[in-house]
Design a protein around this ligand. Structure first.
Ligand SMILES: C[S@@+](CC[C@H](N)C(=O)[O-])C[C@H]1O[C@@H](n2cnc3c(N)ncnc32)[C@H](O)[C@@H]1O
Length: 195
């Protein structure tokens, strides 16, 4: 079911993401992502992208020391492997990241949380894998009409308010560093505060 759904979304991304008006939306999201990435000093660091999809985030991380993309959809992994051969790809559920504790400097999760009903397990898992002082860039869908309309694509979309995300993150050992907003996405940068 997941594989089928994401396989059809992959085709949509490949066909429409780089056409108006989706291109403009993605451009703004990527601008915000770059602004947050700049604050993480990730050159020569260990970086993991959760829900890697077709590799939108991977293109902005050419200087990472090690770069890993994780996704549970085989077709997404295959597509990213073709386009970004330098990136190590792992087929796995982000709720159980197959990496050691305190081993990663930066984790990104872009366009992922809106498909997860409960994000506390994800935040705890990310906190486990990140080194103390490590960064998390995470996006979520704001509560608005555009998010509600996305249900028409065939799957529930869980919207969240910024204060909800911040309180979950604090509960799991993070502090907010910066946050930005675009039409369909809220982007937040957190730092891990606990050991
Ligand atoms: C909307 S796409 C975002 C892709 C990419 N991050 C981007 O910004 O274009 C969401 C991706 O998350 C993956 N995904 C969703 N839930 C997941 C889970 N629990 N574990 C692993 N991957 C998941 C899907 O397979 C899909 O590739």
């Amino acid at each position: 079911m997941n594989e089928l759904y994401w396989k059809s979304k992959k085709t949509l991304y490949e066909r429409f993401r780089h056409r108006a008006p989706f291109q403009k939306i993605l451009e703004r999201e990527n601008e915000n992502l770059l602004r947050l990435l700049k604050q993480t000093h990730h050159c020569d660091k260990a970086v993991v992208d959760l829900g890697v999809g077709i590799g939108n985030v991977i293109q902005f991380l050419p200087d990472a020391k090690t770069l890993i993309g994780i996704d549970y959809t085989d077709s997404m992994i295959k597509s990213t492997r073709e386009n970004f051969p330098h990136c190590k790809l792992i087929l796995a559920d982000v709720m159980h990241i197959p990496l050691s504790s305190n081993s990663v400097d930066l984790i990104t999760a872009v366009g992922l949380t809106e498909y997860l009903k409960d994000i506390i397990p994800l935040a705890k898992e990310v906190c486990r894998v990140l080194k103390p002082g490590g960064f998390l860039i995470i996006t979520f869908s704001p509560k608005n009409i555009l998010t509600r309309l996305r249900v028409l694509l065939g799957r529930p979309v869980y919207s969240r308010k910024p204060e909800q995300m911040i309180s979950v993150a604090k509960f799991c050992g993070f502090e907010i560093v910066d946050e930005l907003q675009s039409l369909m996405q809220h982007q937040a940068l957190f730092a891990k505060t606990t050991d």
